[in-house]
Design a protein around this ligand. Structure first.
Ligand code: NAP
Length: 596
């Protein structure tokens, strides 16, 4: 293949493209040109296996970047989800880079659990011939920070593999440390291999990611249209719709939002998430300033501190550093007494619902002043929401379904940062900084005939609305079954008209509803699953893909227990057999969850 001429000469000046489309096209053409050049380069002698464990897509994104970085250095590279690798395949690999997040209380993410189980077995092959390094992603506000990365790092070492670079554990602002680690590791591997640039990315059977037929090599996905909008450079999207879905009489406030994608070039997939960059409420900023005896005009990094607190700092959820600092400053506070008990769950319970201002008040006169407080406030993070639309039905808009978090008492109201930012503080048609968080593992089945079972109580319904729109628009023939519920049918049956409409059109074959507080006994989605056990098992046997979205702390665990019971009853065997059946579903990416 000959090398293509410079990009500019291939796009006529009067071509009918927007700036964003032109920029994407230019990148695309440059990629082809680079591929053309690459084919003339010698085949890489070292292949880097990048194995990733991901829950929300960050580790997968970094895995893609690692592959691209390896290829740019003349190495071969392929990205594979951890669960897609057998221990025999692992033992045959020479260079492995693991990048993994941690889920829940120090658990493996959903696409790494089977791998973790497998490499703990006594019969697992030794890894003496393997060189490896681990990059952990986590959140220091959790006790088991980066636990999955730590466990894998230790286990590889126990099995005789050679660590070629120290593990780095990244906090939520992972970009910079991850980039440093990536460069250091890849530079070293390239130097050892004597590589000279322009290697190859492989799409092996395991190199594609996700069960939804999405995939391709990481390098391909990393350069998808609209990928220039990210955490550092978000896209200012117009919020064109903000509508209350729940009844004004509901105990909850669930809202429907629509974001205009304009000329961003962003192309999303049903099942992806949208990250929203929020701003704090000025009322809370003012309360905080008053609490520390400041008026907000004080300068910090050359900016008024009121602005810094509104835009850049997390003032709702107290950081671990702040908790430790307050305990030291105010040893007789309520917080210090709870910490002194040494019971993590008791501390979590006490902290639950309390914000930074509550803690400062609890510390009384010993509370820190502004200068001492600022270093202990974490950077304000973007919040991710599962997208509730499909690009096939709404190519130029992204829909979200969000519950506004508001609680408190007459003395002090509390509010979720991003949910109330969207609900109250963005003017109609105002802009919101957003970026796409792709989630290749969570999407409609590639097989248009495959049945889908979707379990999403509360706002967990969000991605499934997108899935159903997608299937309606694509004319997929697979049957669709939705389990949904919330507190009361009367006030909380969101998207009722749409769902019943889809039933009438034959898109939604089964809709099972569980309104928990409409009767004396609680009825949950898993209650309905168990009532329909035989039919649900029959769907599984017919190849159904099972999806769960919503609360991770209780619902997702209870739904999994119900699913295991359905399998046990359906097969007439024991718990181990049901667990193995579910593991097979996971491996085949027919049981996937978007829960937190
Ligand atoms: P929610 O609080 O989860 O409540 C929805 C329904 O679930 C209610 O009827 C509730 O009943 C019921 N429920 C309570 N405990 C349950 C259990 N153990 N098993 C099954 N159902 C149970 O609804 P929400 O306000 O929409 O919150 C959803 C949660 O999911 C939040 O934690 C949110 O952060 C998370 N979420 C995550 C995503 C994501 O993208 N991964 C998307 C949406 C939501 P009672 O209240 O009557 O007990």
């Amino acid at each position: 293949m000959s090398t293509l001429p410079p990009t500019g000469s291939l796009i006529p000046v009067d071509a009918p493209f927007s700036a964003a489309q032109e920029s994407w096209l230019a990148g695309f053409i440059a990629g082809i040109a680079a591929a053309g050049k690459r084919s003339a380069a010698p085949a890489p002698t070292t292949t880097i296996d990048v194995l990733f464990g991901t829950q929300t897509g960050n580790a997968e994104f970094l895995a893609d970047e690692l592959v691209a970085g390896a290829v740019a250095r003349g190495l071969g590279g392929r990205a594979t989800p951890l669960d897609a690798v057998t221990t025999e395949q692992l033992a045959a690999m020479s260079h492995v880079l693991v990048v993994t997040s941690t889920y829940g209380e120090g658990e493996m993410p959903d696409n790494a659990g089977l791998f973790w189980d497998a490499i703990q077995a006594a019969t697992v092959p030794r890894l003496e011939g393997l060189q490896y390094a681990v990059l952990g992603l986590g959140d220091t506000s959790y006790d088991e920070f980066c636990q999955a990365g730590k466990l894998l790092d230790t286990r590889f070492e126990q099995l005789g593999a050679t660590r070629i670079h120290d593990r780095v554990d990244c906090d939520v602002d992972f970009e910079d440390p991850a980039a440093l680690w990536t460069d250091a590791v890849l530079d070293r591997l390239a130097a050892e291999a004597g590589a000279t640039g322009g290697g190859g990315a492989t799409t092996g059977s395991s190199a594609t990611t996700g069960g939804a037929g999405a995939g391709g090599t990481g390098a391909g996905r990393a350069s998808r249209p609209g990928a220039q909008w990210n955490k550092r450079t978000p896209y200012a999207s117009r919020l064109v719709e903000n509508r209350l879905l729940s009844s004004p009489r509901s105990a909850k406030e669930i809202r429907h939002y629509e974001f205009d994608l304009g000329d961003s070039g962003i192309e999303y997939t049903a099942g992806d998430a949208l990250a929203v960059v929020p701003r704090n409420d000025e009322v809370f900023v003012a309360e905080l300033l008053e609490q520390v005896g400041a008026d907000g005009s004080e300068e910090f990094d050359g900016r008024p501190v009121a602005e810094v607190l509104r835009v850049d700092r997390e003032i709702r959820t107290p950081s671990k550093d702040l908790v430790a600092d307050l305990v030291q400053r105010a040893p007789s506070s309520e917080l210090a007494a709870v910490v002194a008990h040494g019971d993590k769950h008791e501390l979590d319970r006490w902290l639950w619902g309390r914000d930074v201002i509550d803690l400062l008040r609890d510390a009384g006169p010993a509370a820190p002043g502004l200068d001492e407080l600022l270093p202990n406030l974490r950077p304000l993070q973007a919040r991710q929401y599962s997208i509730s639309s499909s690009p096939l039905a709404h190519p130029s808009r992204i829909h979200l379904t969000v519950a506004s978090v508001r609680y408190g008492d007459p003395h002090r109201m509390h509010a979720g940062v991003a949910s109330t930012f969207l609900a109250d503080r963005v003017a109609p048609d105002g802009t919101v900084d957003v970026y796409l968080q792709p989630n290749a593992a969570f999407g409609v089945p590639a097989d248009q005939d495959a049945p889908m079972v979707m379990i999403g109580p509360g706002t967990g319904i969000a991605p499934f609305r997108g899935f159903l729109h997608e299937r309606a628009a694509s004319g997929a023939t697979g049957r669709n079954w939705l389990f949904f519920g919330d507190q009361h049918r009367d006030t909380d049956f969101v998207y009722e008209d749409e769902l019943t409409g889809m039933q009438e059109q034959g898109v939604l074959d089964r809709l099972d509803l569980a309104f928990s507080r409409d009767q004396a006994e609680k009825v949950y989605v898993q209650t309905r699953m168990l009532e329909r056990s035989a039919e649900l098992y029959a769907w599984l046997e017919e190849g159904a893909h099972v999806y769960v979205c919503g609360d991770a702390s209780r619902m997702a665990k209870d739904v999994e227990a119900a699913l295991l019971q359905v399998i046990r009853t359906g097969r007439g065997r024991d718990e181990d057999d049901a667990q193995a059946y579910l593991a097979d579903l996971r491996r085949a990416k027919r049981y996937v969850r978007d829960v937190y």
